[in-house]
Design a protein around this ligand. Structure first.
Ligand code: NAD
Length: 264
């Protein structure tokens, strides 16, 4: 199976590290024109330059913008008016007891994790429809179907993404544009390293902290270890490719079996 994205422009939000970075790298290796997004201009440019060297794809374009704001979305859209593939990856997480989460945090989580993707999809998807081809992917989480007690606000946003993605897929039925969500399970990224330091201890080696986190806090995992960002990127690459033309309105798991349900 050869996943070829030659000639397609792909925007991946929050792609200077973690899962987004792995997706951007996989897309670059498959020949896409990649739009790399982070908030800091210098860092985003540096990471794009590194990606050119690592992948041999010269067509990696850095665009710095904070996609959690309307202004940031406008900046991105002004710089790149059209894309063929939109990956709404930017997301924040962090533990906080549910009865201690203030309004401002509920709102912040919703704006960064949900509204960021809604704004970009609202601009890009109708234009994909006009051209008769496109892919929109929301990076949700297993937390969208298994609300984590330690971060209910995060779970709320990840469930919301499933509804948004399904509803958008229904709205573009039969157009050649697909909309899906991908549900990674616990994945070793810089964001999760911070979470592990907080929950398990900063002095515990990463490998062991990961296994302890899975055993203690995600015991339903069939994988028994943290997932790698590249393993998530493989699924995103497939569902963004021309080969995934019959997959739309779906919620696709890369969670190591942690969600103990048959569907999704
Ligand atoms: P991460 O924190 O390691 O990386 C996120 C990236 O997004 C960083 O480069 C950060 O600078 C960037 N970013 C954050 N806010 C931004 C903003 N407002 N505008 C532009 N860029 C911004 O995160 P990750 O672990 O790679 O998570 C990526 C996505 O995957 C998130 O949506 C997260 O909810 C989801 N996810 C992660 C896991 C996991 O275990 N790591 C599991 C399930 C789902």
């Amino acid at each position: 199976m050869h996943l070829d994205l030659t000639g397609r422009t792909a925007l991946i939000t929050g792609s200077t590290s973690g899962i987004g970075h792995a997706i951007a790298t996989a897309f670059a290796r498959s020949g896409a024109h990649v739009v790399l997004n982070g908030r800091d201009e210098k860092r985003t440019a540096e990471i794009a330059a590194l990606m050119v060297t690592e992948t041999g794809n010269p067509d990696i374009r850095p665009v710095a913008a904070d996609v959690s704001t309307a202004e940031g979305a406008d900046t991105l859209i002004a710089a790149v008016p059209d894309v063929d593939i939109l990956i709404n990856n930017t997301g924040i997480f962090g533990a906080q007891p549910v009865f201690e989460i203030p309004d401002s945090e509920w709102t912040r989580f919703f704006e960064v994790n949900v509204l960021s993707g809604v704004r970009l999809a609202r601009h890009y998807t109708p234009r994909m429809v006009t051209r008769g081809w496109g892919r929109v992917v929301f990076i949700s989480s297993e937390s969208g179907v298994m609300t984590p007690t330690e971060m209910v606000h995060y779970g709320m946003t990840k469930t919301a993404q499933l509804a948004v993605s399904r509803g958008m897929a229904q709205s573009v039925a039969g157009t050649g544009v697909t909309v899906n969500s991908v549900l990674p399970g616990p994945t070793l990224t810089p964001g999760v390293e911070e979470l592990l330091a907080d929950r398990i201890g900063a002095d515990v080696p990463l490998d062991e902290a990961g296994r302890r986190f899975i055993a203690e806090e995600r015991p339903t995992s069939l994988l028994g270890r943290l997932i790698t960002p590249e393993e998530v990127a493989n699924m995103v690459l497939y569902v963004s490719s021309p080969l995934a033309s019959a997959t739309t309105g779906g919620a696709l798991r890369v969670d190591g079996g942690v969600a103990p349900t048959l569907i999704p």
